[in-house]
Design a protein around this ligand. Structure first.
Ligand SMILES: Cc1cc2nc3c(=O)[nH]c(=O)nc-3n(C[C@H](O)[C@H](O)[C@H](O)COP(=O)(O)O)c2cc1C
Length: 344
């Protein structure tokens, strides 16, 4: 397995396969098992700032005795001091925040103690203030790096692309001002000029970019005639979108690239490395195939490397990157025309 050694975010990994942030990286027994099965690093389930808001809302709605805070006589509400909604909310919010953050921090410290492989924390915040204050506290737990899970759906037509992108830079700058941990930024693909945005993000002091978070997918239930959610887990066919962008971007970018979405077996894992990914993250495959998918990917890759005489991952990483092409879009268009014009 030494052949698979990789450096990601400045950390030494025994191989480039990472258990991505998801519900399965939220328990110590799973984290131990993931290490045993062979992953190179683990990204812990994100701490979502909105989760704290939800906790606070829950407490406010179902406070003492299950009766809403706002249906009580004022003098029975926790105290008269928090009679007013805003005051009550901020009191309970602060409590929920301290509580949720403390639980996450102690989980990180325990996770770090439990395994030898690098442990990467993950946060998803709303306010600038919390991004850096959470990150600072996370650094103190001893984890190896932090992934900023910045998810912006540019659906507000009053905001320009520049307005939305400024949020990414502001968050990164804020966190960098307060922590020395290696920072990776996980993004979606909704940028008006993806290649340019990824390049400039990669040059603002972060060590890695994770491409891409899989967006929440909307669906419609035609029996109930209401909105519902689309599939939670990716399918193996979804790897091509990330593959395209890793291939176009690798070699032109000022930081590591970690491929995420649609990797379910050793074949798509190898493809992402050939396209130029530094590491590859899996989440849905862990749910759908179980943790046995880890040795399948690692053994399949080692056997493929042997067959093709590659002694190390570096000897083939990026060999099929499009970064060397002057205009990948034009080449893609030619291929598209060749392929689709022949189908009747
Ligand atoms: C059930 C579930 C929970 C997830 N939770 C998180 C999370 O807390 N933070 C995060 O950054 N990504 C989260 N993800 C996204 C995954 O890390 C990953 O980026 C995405 O699912 C695409 O990769 P995949 O095709 O290997 O699943 C979650 C995914 C799933 C399926």
């Amino acid at each position: 397995m030494e052949k698979l050694q990789t450096t990601y975010l400045g950390l030494k990994l025994r191989n480039p396969l990472i258990a991505g942030s998801c519900g399965l990286t939220n328990s110590i027994s799973n984290i131990r098992e993931l290490e045993k099965k062979g992953v190179g690093a683990i990204v812990i389930k994100s701490l979502f700032e909105e989760q704290i808001h939800l906790e606070a809302e829950k407490v406010i709605k179902n406070d003492i005795g299950g009766v809403s805070l706002f249906n009580r006589a004022p003098d029975t509400i926790l105290s008269k001091r928090i009679y007013d909604y805003d005051e009550a909310y901020s009191y309970i919010y602060d409590f929920a925040k301290r509580n949720t953050l403390a639980k996450y921090l102690s989980f990180l410290a325990e996770a770090k103690e439990s395994v030898e492989i690098p442990v990467i924390a993950s946060i998803n915040c709303v306010s600038n203030q919390d991004w850096h204050s959470f990150a600072k506290k996370i650094e103190e737990t001893g984890v190896d790096a932090i992934e900023l899970n910045i998810y912006i759906l540019p659906s507000d037509w009053r905001r320009s692309g520049e307005d939305n992108e400024k949020i990414y830079y502001d968050i990164i700058q804020e966190v960098r001002n307060y922590v020395n941990l290696p920072i990776a930024v996980k993004i979606g693909f909704y940028f008006s000029s993806l290649a340019q945005s990824v390049k400039s993000l990669s040059e603002c002091g972060i060590k890695g970019l994770v491409l891409f978070n899989r967006p929440y997918n909307t669906d419609i239930n035609i029996d109930k005639i209401e909105l519902s959610h689309g599939p939670i887990y990716s399918t193996p066919e979804e790897f091509t979108h990330t593959l395209r962008w890793i291939s176009i971007l690798s070699g032109n970018i000022g930081c590591d690239l970690s491929a995420s979405t649609g990797v379910h077996d050793h074949k798509s894992f190898i493809k992402q490395l050939l396209a130029g990914a530094t590491t590859v993250q899996i989440a849905s495959a862990l749910y759908k195939e179980g943790f046995e998918v880890i040795p399948e990917i690692l053994d399949g890759t080692t056997a493929w490397m042997k067959k093709h005489n590659f002694g190390t991952v570096d000897s083939f990483r990026g060999n099929l990157s499009k970064s060397k092409l002057e205009n990948p879009a034009a080449i893609e268009r030619v291929q598209f025309m060749k392929l689709y014009s022949g189908i009747e």
